[in-house]
Ligand binder design. Structure first.
Ligand code: PAF
Length: 293
């Protein structure tokens, strides 16, 4: 596994391409099993390159950019045990110059949900992802489904800007009690971690009501919201259509149940992606080539 820090180092990618499709797994480090799943999935598709970069432009002024865990050494240790061809861990100056005049702005899919709570967040994500795509020119890029809106927003960028990249969304890895793995879970005390289970419980209740036949967006949303009240602060509990995040009142087709809430010092998100086929409700994926499980 090679380690690259500069844009010039990425010349090395040319020779990798000869051995198969180049698969990019962009991360901000602080890796957990969920990230490692992205790598495992990527290694089935080609030569995996992981990026580790805590992107300043996707954090708001009062968010956790400065405290976000930076654990490159242990990240490299974890990645070295997997089939990873290389890791690109650039300093900020390699990615951003002194100005940031040209940025990528999200379309409709970036409005509301996390886009509403975190103004400028998706412009920061899209801008850095576009830069990483430009620098590494991957054939495939893999993102975690836990960041569902991010997947959809990036999907729209790739579609609209005609980027020749296949996107894959990988399933959310959960702890045995249902908590979605997240780098931010490490901010939680033992009590807060227990409290944080209300996110996955709320989503399960929403799914259950759909399995019981409920097709009213408002009712499923209320079921989710009732349980999410156990968090310190609810940011949103939403039921939306996929991929456009539309708000059809009668649920049909592919549906995203999405929640965001604060527990102690952490802002946590989670979601379920579900497909309604007549009376059946099954787990699904977001992007054309995603993996269900
Ligand atoms: O999902 C993340 O970790 C980040 O938003 C990403 C895609 C690496 C961009 O900084």
């Amino acid at each position: 596994m090679k380690l690259w820090h500069t844009r010039d180092d990425l010349q090395a990618l040319q020779s990798l391409r000869k051995d198969g499709p180049l698969v990019l797994v962009p991360t901000m480090g602080a890796l957990h099993e969920g990230h490692l799943d992205l790598v495992r999935l990527g290694s089935e598709l080609g030569q995996v390159v992981v990026t580790v970069f805590v992107n300043p432009t996707q954090f708001g002024p009062n968010e956790d950019f400065s405290s976000y865990p930076r654990t490159l050494e242990s990240d490299l240790e974890l990645l070295s045990k997997l089939p990873v061809s290389g890791v690109f861990a650039p300093a900020t100056k390699e990615i951003y110059g002194s100005d940031l005049e040209v940025t990528v702005q999200p379309g409709n899919r970036g409005m509301g949900l996390c886009g509403g709570d975190r103004p400028g967040h998706f412009a920061g994500v899209l801008t850095v992802v576009a830069k990483l795509f430009g620098l590494t020119q991957p054939d495939v890029a893999i993102f975690g489904r836990k960041d569902a809106q991010q997947c959809l927003v990036i999907g729209q960028m790739v579609e609209d800007l005609k980027m020749p990249i296949q996107l894959v969304d990988a399933p959310t890895r959960r702890e045995t009690d249902g908590l979605a793995m997240s780098s931010r879970n490490r901010y939680l005390s033992a009590d807060q971690r227990r409290q944080a289970l209300c996110l996955s419980r709320a989503l399960s209740a929403g799914k259950q009501s759909m399995e019981n036949g409920c097709r009213s967006r408002a009712e499923v949303q209320q079921t989710i919201l009732d349980i999410l009240q156990d968090a310190d602060q609810v940011e949103y509990a939403e039921v939306r259509q996929v991929p456009d995040l539309g708000k059809n009142e009668i649920l049909a087709g592919k549906i995203l149940l999405a929640v965001a809430a604060r527990v102690g010092p952490a802002r946590l998100i989670d979601n379920f992606v579900l497909q309604i086929n007549d009376k059946q409700v099954t787990d699904s994926y977001l992007l054309g080539t995603g993996r269900k499980s």
